[in-house]
Design a protein around this ligand. Structure first.
Ligand code: J2J
Length: 547
């Protein structure tokens, strides 16, 4: 066989040299960045947040010291350079010193989301040979530490389960600081998760050099200043609130980070008022909820200058309502954990801010928009100006391959290193992109990505299921929801509630449980015998019209 492939597919040496010469990659690690921030902004507020009802406010000096202690504590447990640690923390203040502590120890966080459950955590740990899971005891009614301990019994490499809030973690975080070797800035700093379209979530290796470039440029494009206050409303480990410009962009600028424990309008507006938040980011359904809640709110939202909206398409209708309702500027962002991030610029005309998803961060983000039907996606297949095509990209912060996924990489990247985003876009003469659809088998549930094949695999594990196909259905609030078509095994009669419960009990994030389940005799087939998801979507549309 081909073997799993490398942890990291590096950029070709000549390309890397070009990115260094251009000043994009500066040879600084995140740990070294925090050290310099602590000197420049020692007494300024770095992080405000709450956990279990306790409010925490740390200055840059305090954040720096905590990160040093956690790094020393991790090193004391033997967690060090190149070790993977599955990190599953909600929006609590400890997220920041823990992440910087891992970086200073040379360990690589694998950024799980709070919604992930044992099946996903087991995959992340097994795939990376992780030595630890670092999580919380419990959060929003889920016993995270218990889940992590169950995973640790299944994955031999896992030596530690550490839970923020436990006595063991408090001891670790009280370790005397000590000097640790700074890791290679060109090496992998952490793994992000791919929204994906295949059976198991793919892991995305990002380096200090490439990620810091995107963070620095994002902070500039979003006009962050040292007196800005950035609020993370979405789960902070996700690439958007982490880096676009996110908590890291804010810290990079010497600004303050506020971690909102929940993204609902009540919580968010309370914190915007209390902390004088100037900028935050949301997915479109949340933007719609905030717009609606703004009219009756007694909260003072006047500090808010910019609302970033991305993760899924923000339609023109919703886009137009944001500035009037919230009294701030809209900035659209179209990004992906694999790299490329596009923003509308703060001085763009309304026409572009309301009607596009922005243009890339860097002039060295190379875009190729090709005929979606073309399998090799070579430069010969570039569509004409203004025509819709499939977006391919490569550049100074877009990966060249997933973690240990040689076979998948062969399909997800072109031979000359372009990442196939799976998004259908149209480019304006200004360089701004309009996202008009998707060529990948993924459902975008209001910003939460569901890989059709992953859910199909879970359904097919049920003895009463012969075959399954998961497609998107339009949804007024989320944009899309999932519908699973299921062909029963001979003589079996599975029901929708039973199948939904079955998927949930396999230990996967709730957002992956199919919203709708339809049991059918057979699937419409394409000419080559593959299930035609296009026909399934059409059948579903017809069903809806019938009522
Ligand atoms: C349409 N589709 C969008 C948009 C992402 C910033 C913002 C978002 C993400 C993110 C991110 C979209 N309109 N404005 O990482 O740094 C869909 C596309 C894309 C996929 C990536 C960031 N913004 N999308 O959403 O890795 O289909 O990153 O390829 O979760 O989300 O998903 P993800």
């Amino acid at each position: 066989g081909e073997g799993p492939g490398p942890d990291h597919v590096p950029w070709p040496a000549d390309v890397a040299a070009r990115y260094r010469a251009a000043g994009y990659w500066r040879g600084q690690t995140f740990g070294a960045l925090l050290t310099s921030l602590a000197h420049a902004h020692a007494g300024r507020l770095a992080v405000a947040g709450e956990r279990a009802g306790t409010v925490t406010r740390w200055t840059y000096a305090e954040l720096d010291e905590r990160a040093h202690r956690i790094a020393a504590g991790l090193a004391g447990l033997g967690i060090g350079p190149g070790d993977h640690v599955v990190l599953q923390l909600p929006n609590i203040p400890e997220f920041m010193p823990v992440v910087f502590g891992l970086w200073r120890a040379g360990a690589r966080p694998v950024f799980a989301l709070p919604a992930h459950r044992r099946t996903e955590l087991r995959h992340f740990a097994a795939q990376t040979g992780a030595v630890a899971i670092l999580t919380v005891e419990s959060h929003e009614g889920h016993e995270h530490a218990a889940t992590a301990r169950a995973v640790a019994r299944d994955v031999a490499s896992l030596r530690h389960v550490l839970a923020v809030g436990s006595a063991e973690f408090d001891d670790l975080a009280a370790t005397a600081p000590r000097e640790l070797p700074d890791p290679d800035p060109a090496g992998v700093a952490f793994l992000q998760l791919s929204g994906g379209s295949t059976g198991v979530p793919k892991l995305i290796p990002r380096t200090h050099d490439d990620y810091l470039f995107s963070v620095r440029e994002s902070a500039r494009i979003c006009a962050l200043r040292p007196d800005s206050v950035y609020m993370a409303a979405l789960p902070v480990a996700h690439n958007f609130p982490l880096s676009s410009p996110g908590v890291l962009g804010a810290l990079h600028t010497g600004a303050a980070v506020v971690l909102a424990p929940r993204p609902d309008a009540g919580t968010a507006f309370r914190l915007i008022e209390a902390e004088r938040v100037t900028i935050t980011g949301v997915v479109p359904p949340l933007a719609a909820a905030w717009v609606q809640a703004a009219s009756g709110t007694g909260r003072d939202l006047s500090s808010l200058e910019v609302l970033l909206v991305g993760g899924a398409k923000c339609g023109r209708e919703l886009a137009g309502r944001i500035a009037p309702a919230l009294g701030c500027r809209l900035q659209q962002v179209f990004g992906m954990a694999e790299g490329l991030v596009c923003y509308t610029r703060l001085d763009d005309p309304d026409e572009l801010v309301l009607g596009t998803q922005g243009r890339p961060i860097s002039p060295d983000d190379e875009l190729r928009i090709v005929d979606p039907g073309d399998p090799d996606a070579s430069s010969a297949d570039v569509v004409g100006p203004g025509e819709v095509g499939a977006l391919l990209t490569r550049g100074p912060y877009t990966i060249r391959g997933y973690h240990r996924a040689a076979a998948h990489n062969a399909a997800a990247f072109t031979p000359d290193g372009f990442y196939r985003t799976g998004d259908l876009v149209r480019r304006r003469p200004s360089g701004h992109l309009e996202v008009v659809g998707r060529a990948k088998e993924q459902i975008n549930r209001g910003g939460e990505k569901v890989a059709a094949e992953e859910v199909e695999d879970h359904l097919m594990a049920h003895p009463a299921v012969l075959d399954a196909a998961v497609v998107a259905v339009p949804d007024e609030y989320l944009g899309e929801r999932t519908c699973a078509y299921v062909v029963p095994a001979a003589g079996a009669a599975p029901t929708a509630p039973e199948l939904r419960r079955f998927v949930r009990e396999r230990g996967v994030a709730t957002f992956k449980v199919p919203d709708l389940v339809r049991v059918v005799d057979a699937f419409p087939a394409t000419g080559v015998g593959k299930t035609s998801k296009r026909d399934l979507r059409a059948a579903l549309a017809a069903l809806r019209e019938d009522g």
